[in-house]
Design a protein around this ligand. Structure first.
Ligand code: TXA
Ligand code: MG
Length: 442
């Protein structure tokens, strides 16, 4: 199967219109679509989702997803096959509107229809964080429209409304909810650019929609408000502090473990698998730890080896070793639609109004090659990436950095962790992914 990458510029899809209805949880939206190649490409992808069983990769604000019609078993099974994903790991269902979600909650049962079946506990979360990087766990009705493969046999399903306009428009054009896990091959780091999807799934799918690099860079936060107290099943783009500001969520508890060992039955089944792993051995230093010394490198038989370094807060370039710069990786700047980081208090209206306002340049840092000549025979190469010191920048660049260092053929990657004790930023999600990727923790 030939895999095509379809570039789509979301700013050329048309104009969004917001319709505020009294008592609605969030605004309704529509687009006056603009004829053109971008819309044509998106329509083609939507048609492929409706008419074939082959999944389509598309960008969201968190990571790229691998989508299929969530109501058709054959289409959903093909996601698991393309990724090599274990069948007991349920998928997130992506919706474009509250109404679409309500139909899923009602199912095929036409007699006893409630006008609003979204559990009350989720209302403040939906108002504040949707569309956005938050997945909520909901009861799956007996007469569900969802293919049973989506929920992997659970009586609940996870749902989210992404805030990437490209993702929203794709779901809307497809006319069906899209089941979509991250579009990486199982166990690999999640993809945050179309090239990453191509690296993993080339020949396994027909279409990758390229909407540029992802704004957030780590996956959505998964929360279960059906349990008491409400629980965070996976840390992600929405922080524990943000959740605690919402009525009913003041006492939300952490229901995941960063370490793999000893986790017998995690409640988000996906959390038990080896994850986010590059081919190289990852050595993770907790936030604040000093950079590794030459002695540390030597324990891996440094001579002739290629090392990767991912720096954040304080480590010096090339770990402070005197080295010659061989290749100077330039930052890659790509246009993308983005909204500003949200540190505002809970609002009553959703984030739709921000969707098209801010077109920011996301920049993803690239590796620089340094060469050390401490040994007579073979030099030591260090591929060095500085992700920057803000947790948001680290989150945005992390998966891309792990993948780039794999491509450079590094044997060992040293990572400077960030402080995730405070809980008021995305650091918890970053460190969760790193602890799962790491073979050695310092
Ligand atoms: O940001 C994201 O969430 C991305 C983009 C594409 O939307 N998607 C994503 O999907 O990360 P995936 O499949 O890689 O991760 C889904 C997580 C898994 O840990 C899974 O076990 C959990 O959500 N999950 C899904 N349905 C669940 C359910 N009914 N109960 C508990 N956990 C569930
Ligand atoms: Mg995933």
């Amino acid at each position: 199967m030939e895999t095509n990458t379809l570039p789509v510029d979301s700013s050329r899809l048309g104009h969004i219109k917001l319709n505020q209805r009294p008592n609605a949880l969030i605004d309704e939206w529509s687009i006056d679509f603009e004829e053109g190649t971008d819309l044509k490409s998106l329509q083609r992808a939507a048609q492929e989702l409706r008419d074939t069983n082959t999944p389509v990769a598309f960008p969201t604000e968190t990571v790229y997803g691998l989508g299929a019609d969530a109501t058709r078993s054959d289409a959903v099974r093909a996601i698991f096959a393309a990724k090599g994903r274990p069948a007991d790991n349920p998928l997130i269902v992506h919706v474009w509107s509250i109404q679409q979600l309500q139909e899923l909650l009602l199912g095929r049962n036409t007699t006893d229809r409630h006008p609003n079946s979204i559990p009350k506990i989720y209302e403040p979360l939906i108002r504040r964080f949707w569309p956005g990087p938050l997945t909520i766990i909901l009861p799956n009705p007996e007469s569900s429209f969802l293919a049973p493969e989506v929920t992997a046999g659970l009586s609940t399903f996870g749902a989210r409304m992404p805030r990437s306009i490209l993702a929203l428009a794709l779901i809307r054009l497809a006319g069906v909810p899209l089941a979509a896990p991250s579009a990486n091959a199982s166990t690999r780091p999640s993809p945050t650019a179309a090239e990453h999807v191509k690296d993993d799934l080339d020949g396994r799918i027909h279409t990758i929609i390229d909407g540029g690099p992802c704004e957030v860079g780590v996956e959505s936060t998964v929360v279960d408000g059906l349990s008491s107290p409400p629980t965070i099943l996976r840390p992600g783009g929405i922080t524990v502090e943000q959740l605690r500001q919402c009525p009913g969520w003041e006492n939300v508890v952490v229901g995941y473990k960063d370490e793999q060992e000893g986790v017998s039955r995690p409640r988000a089944p996906g959390m038990k698998y080896r994850h986010y792993s590059p081919k190289a051995k990852v050595v993770l230093y907790e936030g604040g730890a000093k950079a590794p010394k030459m002695g540390d490198l030597l324990t891996y038989g440094a001579e002739g080896k290629t090392f990767g370094v991912i720096r954040t807060m304080a480590w010096p370039a090339a770990l402070g070793f005197p080295a010659e710069i061989i290749e100077n990786g330039e930052s890659e700047c790509t246009n993308g639609t983005s909204s500003p980081a949200d540190h505002s208090p809970p609002e009553t209206q959703s984030h739709f109004s921000n969707l098209f306002r801010n077109v920011l340049q996301h920049s993803v840092p690239h590796a620089k090659q340094h060469r050390l000549s401490v040994f007579e025979s073979k030099p030591i190469d260090i591929w060095d990436i500085n992700l920057g010191s803000s947790s948001e920048d680290v989150a945005r660049g992390l998966f891309s950095a792990l993948r780039e260092l794999d491509q450079k053929g590094t044997d060992v990657i040293y990572v400077e962790g960030i402080d995730d004790q405070v809980g008021d930023d995305i650091a918890a999600a970053v460190m969760n992914r790193l602890r799962k990727a790491a073979e050695i923790k310092m």
